[in-house]
Design a binder for this molecule. Structure first.
Ligand SMILES: [Zn+2]
Length: 282
């Protein structure tokens, strides 16, 4: 699946798709509540009100760069809190290559934040060591985010994620820490969107008068556009995360800006009473 934004092309590479079983991340998004939001069906939920979600990476091709935004779960990782996220063996890199993006063609990796499902393919296991997967890439991490997890990863699962998927990049000299509002290229600027994590960033793309927003995990699912206060269990600051949703969605509502989530496909945000809804077409 891909989208064009002026001269920029955005391609989604899926690592994992799920239907339902989302109570652990969005406990308030029960089936009954979801069925009250018919615009979610069928793209983002089933008729029964079960949520459709994915873990994916986005390849952003500008005239001069090939940037991989977020890197999923990865293979061979251990110590994850979600059982099925351990010791995975998926042909994700082969899928990237088949889609036209061999790993060594990526010049930049950008993580919206440093949670387990956004950093996995930063590294791969080689001879018992975690090494950078994208050997020709600089890896861009938000400075606030990197320093937070470097200093505050205290639970075993958070320590595992930082040590196998983030620290080896810094140790290999491949990491660049960027400010949360940095301009990366003529087309790409970062927007600070804290709440889900302390240094979470979103990615604004502008080219030839067209615009796209890679929102990351500001919302895990479009149902949070209707219910801004449905913070996820993974949000480090649920109140801040709700405020960030209101600010960010207000800015882009009723504009042609294409919005793509860290776990959902592209659409456009429309105002709907005091909140918002998400429209795939039109
Ligand atoms: Zn996520």
């Amino acid at each position: 699946m891909f989208w064009k934004v002026g001269k920029v092309k955005i391609t989604k590479i899926v690592e994992l798709e799920t239907i339902g079983s989302t109570r652990f991340i969005l406990p308030l998004a029960g089936n009954e509540e979801i069925r009250k939001l018919p615009w979610l069906i069928p793209h983002f939920a089933t008729e029964e009100g079960r949520l459709k979600m994915s873990i994916h990476s986005l390849v952003v091709e500008t005239p001069s760069r090939r940037i991989l935004v977020d890197t999923g779960l990865g293979n061979d990782k251990e110590g994850r809190g979600v059982p099925t996220w351990n010791n995975r063996q998926t042909p994700f890199l082969e899928m990237m290559t088949a889609a036209g993006f061999p790993p060594d063609s990526i010049d930049t990796v950008l993580c919206t934040h440093l949670h387990v499902d956004h950093v996995g393919w930063n590294t791969r296991l080689a001879g018992g060591e975690w090494v950078p997967t994208f050997v020709k890439a600089r890896y861009l991490f938000g400075r606030t985010e990197f320093e937070y997890w470097r200093d505050h990863s205290v639970t075993p699962d958070k320590i595992a994620v930082f040590n196998d998927s983030v620290r080896p990049i810094a140790d290999a000299g491949r990491a660049d820490l960027v400010e949360s509002d940095a301009r990366l290229t003529d087309e790409i600027t970062l927007i600070p969107t804290p709440g889900h994590s302390p240094g979470h960033i979103s990615v604004l793309i502008r080219s030839d008068g067209e615009e796209a927003l890679l929102a990351g995990d500001v919302a895990h699912h479009p149902c949070q556009m209707a219910h801004l206060d449905w913070s996820s269990t993974a949000d480090s600051d649920p109140a801040r995360s709700a405020l960030t949703r209101r600010e960010l969605f207000s800015r882009f509502a009723d504009t042609p800006t294409l919005v793509i989530g860290g776990h959902f496909d592209g659409g456009r945000i429309e105002r709907d009473g005091d909140a918002f809804k998400f429209i795939v077409r039109g």
